[in-house]
Write a protein that binds this ligand. Structure first.
Ligand code: ZN
Ligand code: ZN
Length: 173
């Protein structure tokens, strides 16, 4: 199994490294980092000043060389009527996307004593693992510690762990 990470826009080396390490650790897969891509045409919505998540998924599917291809971008994404999304994937699809834009809010509200940089890195790792989980066919999990828990706020992201719970793990092995 190969996952190709497709940076779209200016993605830091740290983010690429964290994403890659998390995927290797949780899914025991090979990971490659694709050449950086520019934002796809038509992705920007001027009324919302945001980018449509689906176009990033299509780009990842088109240029990626992996069995799974995940776009990572610093741009703010939306999907349908939701105000924003941290990421998006289709169940059992090959493409997915994660945005780091809203994962950067400084504090985790005192939930841990980690530095802002470490908190950000953990969030990136969890969201990457989460979206790839959907492409493996995993749906949202009720266990709030499981990485497949639906976490629309950073608070919920901070509470969950980067690993699959036992039930989710069994579904993909
Ligand atoms: Zn999800
Ligand atoms: Zn689970």
């Amino acid at each position: 199994m190969l996952v190709d990470i497709v940076p779209v826009g200016n993605v830091s080396a740290n983010v690429k490294r964290s994403a890659s390490a998390a995927l290797r650790s949780v899914y025991d897969c090979d990971v490659t980092i694709h050449d950086a891509q520019s934002v796809p045409n038509g992705a920007y919505d001027a009324d919302r000043n945001q980018y449509t998540a689906e176009t990033f998924i299509q780009l990842a599917e088109r240029v990626g060389r992996g069995d799974k291809n995940i776009a990572i971008t610093p741009h703010d994404l939306f999907y349908r009527r939701r105000n924003y999304v941290f990421g998006l994937a289709y169940l059992d699809g090959s493409g997915s996307v994660v945005s780091t834009y809203r994962l950067q809010t400084s504090s985790d509200g005192g939930f841990s004593n980690q530095s802002a940089a470490d908190i950000f890195e953990d969030r990136v790792r969890k969201e990457i693992v989460h979206e790839i989980g959907h492409t493996y066919g995993l749906e949202h999990c009720d266990n709030n510690r499981c990485v497949m828990n639906f976490s629309p706020t950073v608070r919920e992201v901070d509470i969950k762990e980067e690993n699959l719970c036992g039930s989710c793990q069994r579904l993909i092995s």
